[in-house]
Design a protein. Sequence first.
Length: 291
Amino acid sequence: MGKYSIKELERLSGIKAHTIRIWEKRHQLIEPQRTKTNIRFYSDDDLKKIINISVLNNNGVKISRIVKLSLDEINKQVAELSEKQNSIDIYIEQLIVALVDMDEEQFEKMLGHLTIKFGFEKMILEIIYPFLEKIGVLWLTNNITPAQEHFITHLIRQKMIVAIDALPLASKGASKAILFLPENELHELSLLFYYYITKKKGIRTYYLGQTVPYTALKSVYDLHQPDFIITSFTTHPRSAELQKFVDKLSADCAGAKILASGYALKKTPISAPSNVIQFANALELSQLVSI
């Protein structure tokens, strides 16, 4: 069971902590529990209820009306809104609820619906990325279990692989790109989407995936002599080794443009060699591989 502070509830629901406290005291919408040291915390059920109340309130339903609704009625009205509205926030909030419940059927249904409604690229860029950033709060506060992490990663990964497989192969004379994650780096979702972007651009791609030994990367580079090497650093290499790794990669793969992104580069700024270009998101990558 999750244990959320009121600030975590605020970040996940978009409702200010001050407003949550007013709703709690005036309308008894939720009732926090307390630890043995008398610190207030909120449960998964509280989180889901606040998210759904937030959806209704943001779509014009007054709190005075919401307090008269049962939990089932609140959930039903939110489901109806998500069918009618095109609000990105509603979709993100409902994905969070499906994650907390580990409701695979609902999550799959939403991903399929959103892919049809917006197209794969827009769905990933405007809904899945912000969703993943928002639930980063859950990882940082230990309110998501390894089972939930694997659940969400697996389902999104499946959708990406299906979309990638549907793209045509590049021509023999096309530019080439290697995509890889360094050893011990397991956060693959961003790299998979970069794979989709490059393949859609008509680039011949060699997708090596996560935790690739450096010697294996070097052998593939020597064999194919790609125009681009694309990677992402989230947790590895560690901060102390990041500059050294980038310098070595730059020197050993001097004939390629090395395009790098990821949280580690934001956390630990580096001095980028001339053939290393840092990018912030998939849109920037798309522009870089078009050059």
